[in-house]
Write a protein of this length. Structure first.
Lengths: 113, 111
């Protein structure tokens, strides 16, 4: 079935340190795995995605790792800043006619000064 | 501004009532998706429309319905409202092979 979930509901990280947010999924048929950031009072904002045939993709200060063997997805944020405080959702998507995105429950990232 | 417009931003209504939430997708996007987000919960997929036609249905209650009009804007109708329907309702739009863009949501409070 479709089940994208997160290991930890809250993560506290010192400003300047790297953050790692983890996610487990169960649907191996997804074509894309995606990370979204949601700040208070706003809609989810796309951060980065990765195709299912890749194992790593880098963006600006962010890296997504995909381990299909253990169905694990992670988001690494380098040099975490106060503006990174938000809830982070992993999600999955197919690219066929039914291309809805299925979201996990989210991890709240707290940045400690 | 993401380009996806949702109105109203806030809505307070009584149990048993009916409300309509509106979404204008980003220019050029043919797909519209509706999601419900309850307090401290993830986003639950409700329904998807593509160019006016229903394409996928998720955990949408029978009291809820949606449609997409020829100008591609979409409306989500919630009827016989219950306290548990209080939530954030998000609309997103996309075009083929591209990611979603979400609106800022409508916060519905049922009292």
């Amino acid at each position: 079935g479709e089940n994208v979930g997160l290991h930890l509901p809250t993560l506290s990280v010192q400003e300047g340190d790297n953050s790692i947010i983890n996610c487990a999924y169960s649907n191996s048929a997804s074509d894309y795995f995606i990370w979204y950031k949601q700040e208070s009072g706003k809609g989810p904002q796309f951060i980065i995605d990765i195709r299912s045939n890749m194992d790593k993709r880098q963006g600006q200060r962010v890296t997504v790792l995909l381990n299909k063997t253990v169905k694990h997805l992670s988001l690494q944020i380098a040099a975490t800043q106060p503006g990174d405080s938000a809830v982070y959702f992993c999600a999955e998507r197919k690219t066929n006619r039914d291309d809805k995105i299925i979201f996990g429950k989210g991890t709240r990232l707290h940045i400690l000064p | 501004d993401s380009g996806v417009t949702q109105t109203p931003k806030h809505l307070i209504t009584a149990t048993g009532q009916r409300v309509t939430l509106r979404c204008s997708p980003r220019s050029g996007d043919l797909s519209v998706y509706w999601y419900q987000q309850s307090l401290d919960q993830g986003l639950q997929f409700l329904i998807q429309y593509y160019n006016g036609e229903e394409r996928a249905k998720g955990n949408i209650l029978e009291r809820f319905s949606a449609q997409q009009f020829p100008d591609l804007h979409s409306e989500l109708n919630l009827s016989s409202l219950e306290l548990g329907d209080s939530a954030l309702y998000f609309c997103a739009s996309s075009r083929r092979q591209y990611g979603y863009t979400f609106g800022s949501g409508t916060r519905l409070t049922v009292v």
